[in-house]
Each structure stands twice: as C-alpha cells, then as structure tokens.
Design a protein around this ligand. Sequence first.
Ligand code: NAP
Length: 362
Amino acid sequence: MPRDPTQLMAFKWPMALYNELRKWFPLFNLFSFFCAFIIDAPFGRFAPSASDPSTHSIFPLFNMQALQVDGIRSWIFMELISPFTFIYAFLISPLTFYTPDMPSLTSPITLACTLFMIHYANRALISPLRTPSRSKSHLVVVLLAAGFNLANGYLLGSYFSSPMARIYIGGSYAYMRPSFWIGMTLWLVGFIGNIAHDEILLDIRRKAKARKEKDGEEREDAKKKGKEPKKPAEKGEYYGIPQGLLYDYISFPNYFCEWIEWFGFALATSPPPVELSFASPADFIQSLLHNAIIPLCSPKAWSKMIKGNAYGFAPLLTPPWIFFFGEILVMLPRAYRGHKWYKKRFGESYPKNRKAVIPFVL
Ligand SMILES: NC(=O)c1ccc[n+]([C@@H]2O[C@H](COP(=O)([O-])OP(=O)(O)OC[C@H]3O[C@@H](n4cnc5c(N)ncnc54)[C@H](OP(=O)(O)O)[C@@H]3O)[C@@H](O)[C@H]2O)c1
C-alpha cells in the first residue's frame, strides 16, 4: 500500500540515515581496524586490573577504575541493541515509499531475519547468562559496541525490508539458487562452531571457579582447625590454554567461525559486493583485480569515495556484506593482539604451531 503522501517528507530522514550509515559505518570500521593494532580495547584480557593500573600506557583514561563496568551486564546491554534496532528499521522500512507487506512465513527473507534473531538470542542473552565470569569492560568499549550494533541493526533491518532484498531473496526462486543454500549451510556451520569454541572457554572458567570455591572452603576449614591456610589464588580472571577442535590450529576459532557464519549469511542474502565474472578462472581473477583490488589500492579512488555523495558510495556494498567486513575489521586486530598475549602469558607451554585466527595462514 502506498504511504500517505503527507508522510513522505517524514520518511526522508530514515532514508538519508541509511545512506549516511552505509557510507560512514564501514569507513569508521576501517579506521578502527588500524587503531586496534596499536591500542588494545580495554575489555576481556586487556581490561586493566586494580593491581596493575598501568596496563594502557597510550590511553591512561582506559586505566580509570571508575569507568569500568560489569562485563556480563554491559555485554547484554550492548548486544541487545542490534535485534531491537533491526526490528525498528524493518518496521519503518526506510527504503520504500509504500508500506511493505510482511513477508510470508515461508519467504527466504523470513528465514534470514529468523537466523539473525537466533544469533542475537544466543549472543545477547543465552551466552552471557551462561558465562561463569567475564572481566569488566571500559565504558568506552560499551559505547563503541553499542554504536556498532545500532548502525548494523539499522542497516540490516532497512535492507531486509527494501525492494532490493525483496527482488533478490523475496520469492521462492531464492531457494533454487545454489549460493543461497551454500550460504545458509555456512551460516549454520559457523554458528555451531562459534558456540562450540566459546563453550570450551566457558568450561575452563567454570572449572577454575569451582576450584576457587573449593580452595576458599578449604582455607576456611584450615583456619577453623588452627592450621596454616593455603595461599589464595591470584586475583583477577583465570585464563587457561584452550584445547580441542580448531583450538589445535588457531587461538581464536570462535572469531573464525563467526566470520564463516556472516560470510554465509551475506552470500545467501545479497549479491556479491563487487561485480565478478565467473565465466572462467581467468575471468574471475581479472574481474576481481579490476573491480576490487586495483580500486582499493588507489588513493584517488579512495578520495573520490570519501568526498562523494553517500548515496553513490560503493553501490554494491549491501548491509549483509558491510556486517561481514565489519566483523573482520573489528575482530582481526583483537585476535592478532590476543594471540600475542597468549604467547607472552604462557611462553614455552603455548602450542608453537597455533596461528592467531586463520588456520595455517594467520
Ligand atoms: N570481541 C568482538 O569484537 C566481537 C565482535 C562480534 C562478536 N564477538 C563474539 O562474541 C563472543 C565473545 O567475544 P570475546 O571477544 O569476548 O571473546 P573471547 O575473548 O574469546 O572471550 C570469550 C569468553 O571466554 C573468556 N575467556 C577468553 N579466553 C579465555 C581463556 N583462555 N581461558 C578462560 N576463559 C577465557 C572471556 O573472559 P574475559 O572477558 O574475562 O576475558 C569471555 O568470557 C565470541 O563468540 C565472538 O565471536 C566478539
């Protein structure tokens, strides 16, 4: 049904917001990618501890204990933003001038939206509520992650309610496209892999917590009996060397699996972000070089993109691909620095052949 014409002006800002976010969100992620190789985001293993207030020498603000917030609650808060913004944008549908009908239950769009919600039900609620302990987070991290989730949820919700998504995956013909099923399978493999590897870490924590509680009871017991109590364990969160599944090859398989998940999602729900020819391997390489690699290496092309109108920015770069690239840009430096941290912390005991985040490569 067409929207009430008097409402069209009111619908200008959601579309303008979509265009600006589609341009500035990936550019900001790219900027943060370079920063994150120099500055460790102050959460998790890089959260400053009360006993070592000098952890972050570049940004002393990151060491301020007053700005550290509870790790689990802040995680729930920042991750819940994504599904809510997604639903909001889907309902207001910024890219249509008519009120779109809800997709049917059997539509591929419904399937894609359901998978997004399943991921966030786990990421924002199930996983944190099952986490035995999580280091504190700096307020800056919470605000930046909330910003990421606001932008990402809005872009994806707008995309899935747009005419473009309805053309690409709105009808049952999407079910006949091999890329749809390959993408969905990758999503599922990545989703299960992400949870399985997170679970290995949580198990290390559960066991450490149980040990700590037992030690505490034994110390109390020893005190009551007038014996010398055992020394308490080190303060702060416990870190062990994770083993099993892809941990035998990389330090951050949970991240790697998450990338597989969102790569599959983007492959299933959107055309490729650059024009590619699949006529032959040579054509494929040539199109990749001409349409992606050469423009990405050209400062002139970058300057044109940055100065240009938001509406014309990288026309094929749709929100599902922005999400996939965004995840890599945010998590790759974290994995690289985290891998170095593991090697420093565990020294010779850390498996030598283990890479950071891509088996056998990086
Ligand atoms: N980080 C990101 O930017 C980002 C972005 C999108 C999605 N995700 C996803 O969100 C999930 C959590 O991300 P994350 O960055 O917090 O992952 P992470 O650093 O691997 O930590 C996951 C959990 O395990 C604990 N942990 C980590 N290493 C441990 C070890 N060696 N021994 C015992 N416990 C350990 C952490 O506690 P501490 O907090 O105390 O270290 C945390 O509770 C992952 O599935 C990831 O794929 C992360």
